[in-house]
Design a protein around this ligand. Structure first.
Ligand SMILES: [Zn+2]
Ligand SMILES: [Zn+2]
Length: 90
């Protein structure tokens, strides 16, 4: 098999950027569909680039919201926390 991982190249110095933080959640935890980014950093000039983290996103079979595979579904966690107290509003 050939190399399948896309390498991120620094636009400034053409060095290969290193993955610094994977699937970093942008914005508040209370936003239903948070946007996740992979944060890459250039080891030469320290430039930081953000890339949309879509590789390990999964769709929750219960509520249909998209979240990283390694995280629990935030919406379902909130729904269960409020279960019996609030009626879910679509
Ligand atoms: Zn660089
Ligand atoms: Zn869910």
């Amino acid at each position: 098999m050939s190399e399948t991982v896309m390498k991120k190249i620094c636009p400034s110095c053409k060095a290969e950027m290193e993955l610094s933080v994977k699937s970093y959640p942008m914005g508040s935890a209370f936003i239903k569909d948070r946007f996740h980014v992979d944060i890459y950093r250039c080891p030469v000039c320290q430039k930081v680039e953000l890339f949309a983290a879509e590789s390990d996103m999964v769709t929750c079979p219960v509520c249909g919201s998209v979240h990283p595979a390694h995280e629990k579904c935030v919406k379902c966690a909130l729904d269960s926390a409020f279960d019996g107290t609030y009626t879910q509003v679509k």
